[in-house]
Design a protein around this ligand. Structure first.
Ligand code: C5P
Length: 222
């Protein structure tokens, strides 16, 4: 089978990155987490005090950045020039501000080529919000993964607890719902299922169950 482009979209905490990483490893594909790109831009904007809703200023800042996504054993490392920001971009400050940056049309335009370039050879599992609808409209397989907001918050809470991080389930649920609302209601490339994407509700599925479901869908790709 030729190396496919697999697009995995869905709301925050739907398990996309876990599934994309597991699937990529199993297939020998490269995992590309596009949320990390928006996070790295947000991290830098916060550090440099660039307005989070100032599209032109953010685009000028992006033009100065040397953003690199490097596949690694644990998934993907993220560099801004020589600085590794892989963990820094996961802070709650970045998480709670990234949707403001991501809804600026100038930001989305400035990041489009980078994402398409990363996917061009195929053999990739790319996760995001608009991969099936905008970044890779011709992807070989598109999956829109979701789960109830309660389940998504519970998974994130369990993950935090297992890492020994402080976590408040109700607060997580509120933050996830708010981020989904901002990502779904923005004017440019909102979070939405592509017409030709397969819908996968993972609320009651295990990780293996979701990976198997996607592998079954892959067999339908000719
Ligand atoms: O996937 P993750 O939750 O890390 O994404 C962080 C944020 O980046 C999302 O809430 C969304 O605002 C933005 N994003 C986006 N388009 C993508 C991927 C992420 O707008 N393709």
């Amino acid at each position: 089978m030729k190396p496919l482009q697999i697009a995995l979209d869905g709301p925050a905490g739907a398990g996309k990155s876990t599934i994309a990483k597991t699937l990529a490893k199993k297939l020998g594909y490269v995992y590309i987490d596009t949320g990390a790109i928006y996070r790295a831009v947000t991290y830098r904007a916060l550090n440099e005090h660039v307005g989070l809703e100032d599209g032109p200023a953010l685009a000028a800042m992006i033009a100065e950045m040397d953003l690199r996504l490097v596949p690694s054993e644990s998934g993907q490392r993220v560099f801004d020039g020589a600085t590794e920001v892989t963990d820094l971009i996961r802070s709650s400050e970045v998480t709670n501000n990234v949707s403001f940056v991501a809804r600026q049309p100038e930001v989305r335009d400035a990041l489009m080529d980078l994402q398409r370039d990363l996917a061009k050879e195929g053999g990739i599992v790319m996760d995001g919000r608009d991969i099936g609808t905008h970044v890779l409209p011709g992807a070989d397989l598109k999956v829109f993964m979701t789960a109830t907001v309660e389940e998504r918050a519970r998974r994130r809470h369990d993950e935090n607890v297992s890492k020994g991080l402080p976590s408040d389930l109700e607060q997580l649920q509120r933050e996830i719902a708010l981020r989904d609302k901002r990502d779904s209601e923005r004017e440019v490339a909102p979070l939405r299922q592509a017409d030709d994407a397969h819908y996968l509700d993972t609320t009651k599925l295990s990780i293996d169950g979701v990976v198997e479901a996607i592998e079954r869908l892959m067999k339908q790709v000719v």
